[in-house]
Design a protein around this ligand. Structure first.
Ligand code: SF4
Length: 307
C-alpha cells in the first residue's frame, strides 16, 4: 500500500490561513501549471450517491472512457479495452458496458463510480461516505472491493465516514474532526482503544452495542455551534463535560500526546485516567471501543472521520 506520508500531507490551519497541503513533493494548493494537470490525475473522487454522480445519459462504457478521453491520447480501441479491464477488476461483466446507470443496483453503481475513479491510476482516492447509501451486506462487498483494489493498485484512501464500524474495518489512521477542525489524529488502534479527546470519547461511547457488550452511554449535551461562527476557545467547549474557563478563551493547538495528535488542554489528564482504567481492568476500554466492529473483520486503509 502507498500511504500518504503524514509529514508530506500537512494540515491546513483554517483559522490562521497557515499551513500547507502537499502530495509527495507537489504543492497541492498552489501548483505550477504542469503540476496542476498531474494532480488531477493523482487524486480522484468517489461520491456518496453513486446514482447522482453518474451521467444518466451515458452508458457505463462511455462513463469509464471519459477520463481517458480528457486526460490521455489513447485511441478508441485502447480506451474501450481499458474500460472493460477495469470493469472486470470491480466485478462487472463486459455486457454491462452498454447499459445505463439506472439499470444497475446501488452496489453496482458504486462499483462503476469506483472504476471511473481508478481509470487514471491515481495515487489517492478521496471517498466521501462511499458506502453510507448502501445496504449493510452491499457495504461489506464494496468495502472488500476497495481493500482489494488498494492492494492491487497501491492506492491511498482518504475515506470520510460517520460509521465507526466502517472506520474500524477499513482504516489505518483516523482523523476525528469537529466543526471542520481536527481534534484527534493517530493510528486506528490508539484512537479506538484509548481515545483522549472528549469528543472522540463521546463518539465511541454513543455507538450502539451488539452481542451483550454492555457499557454506559455517554450523552453529549449542549448546542452545536454554527460552523460559520465557531467558538473562540476550544470548538467543543459548548458541549464538553470537562470544560473550564481556560477552554472557553483559548483554543487548544493540535499537539502530540500519548502517541497521537490531540487538540485538548487536558489531554495528559485523560491519558493518565485511561491508563489507570486499563491497569484496573484491561478489558474495560476495549469493551467500549470494539463494539463498533460487529459487522466487519479487520482490514486496512487510510481513513479520515468527520462530524
Ligand atoms: S480543551 Fe476543554 S473544552 Fe476542549 S475538549 Fe479539552 S476539556 Fe473539553
Amino acid at each position: 500500500m502507498r500511504k500518504i506520508d503524514p509529514g508530506a500531507a500537512r494540515y491546513l490551519d483554517r483559522t490562521s490561513n497557515a499551513g500547507s497541503l502537499s502530495l509527495g513533493d507537489t504543492d497541492a494548493l498552489n501548483p505550477v501549471p504542469a503540476d496542476a494537470k498531474r494532480l488531477r490525475r493523482m487524486v480522484q473522487l468517489v461520491f456518496q450517491n453513486p446514482y447522482g454522480s453518474l451521467n444518466p445519459r451515458k452508458t457505463i462504457g462511455a462513463i469509464l472512457e471519459e477520463p481517458l478521453i480528457i486526460n490521455t491520447s489513447l485511441g478508441k480501441a485502447e480506451r474501450r479495452q481499458q474500460a472493460l479491464a477495469m470493469m472486470a477488476r470491480v466485478g462487472l461483466g463486459a455486457e454491462h458496458a452498454r447499459r445505463y446507470p439506472h439499470m444497475f443496483s446501488g452496489g453496482q453503481r458504486q462499483r462503476v463510480a469506483i472504476a471511473r475513479a481508478l481509470m487514471l491510476q491515481p495515487a489517492l482516492v478521496v471517498a466521501d461516505e462511499p458506502v453510507s447509501a448502501l445496504d449493510v451486506s452491499v457495504q461489506a462487498q464494496v468495502l472488500n472491493l476497495l481493500l482489494d483494489l488498494q492492494q492491487q493498485f497501491g492506492l491511498a484512501y482518504l475515506f470520510i465516514s460517520h460509521d465507526l464500524a466502517v472506520v474500524r474495518y477499513i482504516a489505518h489512521d483516523v482523523l476525528v474532526m469537529y466543526l471542520g477542525l481536527a481534534v484527534e489524529h493517530g493510528a486506528k488502534d490508539l484512537i479506538f482503544d484509548r481515545p483522549l479527546h472528549p469528543y472522540t470519547q463521546a463518539l465511541l461511547a454513543s455507538t450502539p452495542a451488539l452481542g451483550g457488550a454492555r457499557h454506559k452511554r455517554q450523552m453529549v449535551k449542549g448546542e452545536i455551534p454554527s460552523p460559520l461562527d465557531v467558538p473562540k476557545g476550544c470548538v467543543f467547549a459548548t458541549r464538553c463535560p470537562h470544560v473550564t474557563d481556560l477552554c472557553r478563551v483559548e483554543r487548544p493547538p493540535l499537539r502530540t500526546c500519548g502517541g497521537r495528535l490531540v487538540a485538548c488542554h487536558y489531554a495528559e489528564r485523560f491519558l493518565r485516567s485511561t491508563t489507570a482504567k486499563l491497569t484496573a481492568s484491561p478489558t474495560s476500554l476495549s469493551n467500549v471501543c470494539y463494539r463498533s466492529e460487529v459487522h466487519f473483520e479487520r482490514r486496512s486503509a487510510y481513513f479520515a472521520l468527520r462530524r
